[in-house]
Design a protein around this ligand. Structure first.
Ligand SMILES: NC(=O)C1=CN([C@@H]2O[C@H](COP(=O)(O)OP(=O)(O)OC[C@H]3O[C@@H](n4cnc5c(N)ncnc54)[C@H](OP(=O)(O)O)[C@@H]3O)[C@@H](O)[C@H]2O)C=CC1
Ligand SMILES: O=C(CO)COP(=O)(O)O
Length: 335
């Protein structure tokens, strides 16, 4: 593909808005699609998205629209809605007949009903269109404020990955190109599950040592499962893997970590979900991550306890006891 001069961003939430700002700062023509007309109007007229990025007024004028057909008419599309809505949006995008460039998957999750990665979903819904993936340690708030951030942008060819990077690069946003489309998705999906575990440890006040141990053992799970699924080692230890795991497992700014904290404080997962709070993708990916691990015959005890806490099959104290009472084993696979 040639240079990416225009980008359509689908998703008027925190991350979609921050990525639209990122493209604008890079000098790329950008149009943001949101399903909520109030968001479209506020972004257009007030340079704000108070529902998802409260307290931030953009320096950039963003062109927002409610027309999917309009936003699809771009050299590349960033798809930035929650993972579970990906199939429906891809199908609606196909209906527009306007998609020509790569569609970059920016959600961090696995499809619950099928256990498929989002690029696999895209292959079914938009065959013939190149998938891309954007993932890495990047809080939408930080990015919207122009704080320095680095992410991985993957596509099947280096040329496409580099063109996408060029269309997003600015003094505050540094994308690294990759051709590991599969591997770049795995870290983002699994770190959300593992961040719930770390948040639960913080909420239950089990100490910084426990949190660090859980992060490191969580990385072992991410690494084992990612490798079994075919991810490259450098991807798993890179920005979209270890980088994002460290960020999300250590900050109350993370919605997954905060969701875990509430579990650790004694709230039930169903209460938190019913209250309709902020999106915690890990709550939707935990169970399906465990199933994927079973399919690949990989042990993921931390993901498993998170899945069981989310389905209310286990309390935080039971989870802790289960993890601590596991049979002794080697940290490496050498003996
Ligand atoms: N926030 C962050 O820091 C980062 C988020 N991500 C990932 O990006 C994805 C989106 O997250 P984020 O933007 O933060 O989420 P938000 O909760 O901030 O926003 C979600 C957006 O998606 C819209 N939406 C939800 N369901 C649908 C649907 N079925 N059809 C169309 N639009 C829909 C919502 O619209 P409405 O308002 O109408 O409900 C809203 O505009 C997630 O997978 C997340 O893990 C990745 C990196 C950073
Ligand atoms: O993916 C993110 C940071 O890289 C955002 O994490 P949360 O969805 O947990 O807020």
């Amino acid at each position: 593909m040639g240079a990416v001069k225009s980008i359509g961003v689908i998703g008027g939430g925190a991350w979609g808005t921050a990525l639209a700002l990122t493209a604008a700062r890079a000098g790329t023509t950008v149009r943001l699609w949101a399903r909520d007309p109030a968001t479209v109007s506020e972004v257009r007229t007030k340079q704000q998205n108070t529902k998802y990025l409260p307290g931030i007024t953009f320096d950039e004028d963003l062109n927002a629209t409610s027309s999917l057909k309009e936003v699809a008419d771009a050299d590349a599309i960033l798809l930035v809605t929650p993972a579970q809505s990906t199939r429906a949006i891809l199908s609606a995008l196909k209906e527009t007949g306007n998609v020509r460039g790569p569609v970059v998957l920016c959600a961090k999750g696995i499809e619950q009903t099928t256990g498929k990665l989002l690029s696999q979903v895209m292959k079914e819904e938009l065959p013939g269109i190149e998938p891309g993936v954007l993932s890495g340690p990047s809080f939408a708030d930080d990015v919207a404020k122009g704080l320095p951030t680095a992410v991985t942008v993957a596509a099947h060819t280096a040329k496409t990955a580099l063109s996408l990077c060029e269309a997003l690069q600015s003094p505050c946003f540094r994308p690294y190109a990759s051709i590991d489309v599969l591997g770049t998705q795995i870290g983002g999906a699994l770190k959300n599950v593992l961040a719930i575990a770390c948040g639960a440890v913080a909420g239950r006040k089990l100490g910084a040592s426990a949190q660090a141990a859980l992060t490191a053992r969580g990385f072992a799970e991410l690494n084992r499962l990612g490798s079994a699924m075919g991810a490259q080692g450098e991807t798993l230890t890179g920005l979209s893997g270890l980088g994002d795991l460290v960020l999300t497992c250590s900050s109350t700014q993370s919605r997954n970590f905060s969701f875990g904290m509430r579990l650790g404080e004694g709230f039930m997962a169903s209460e938190l979900i019913a209250a309709g709070g902020k999106l915690a993708e890990g709550a939707y990916s935990a169970q399906v991550a465990v199933k994927l691990a079973q399919k690949h015959e990989i042990e993921v005890p931390i993901c498993d306890t998170v899945a069981r806490m989310v389905s209310e099959d286990m309390t935080i104290d039971e989870a802790l006891n289960t993890l601590m009472a596991r049979p002794l084993k080697s940290e490496t696979d050498f003996f």
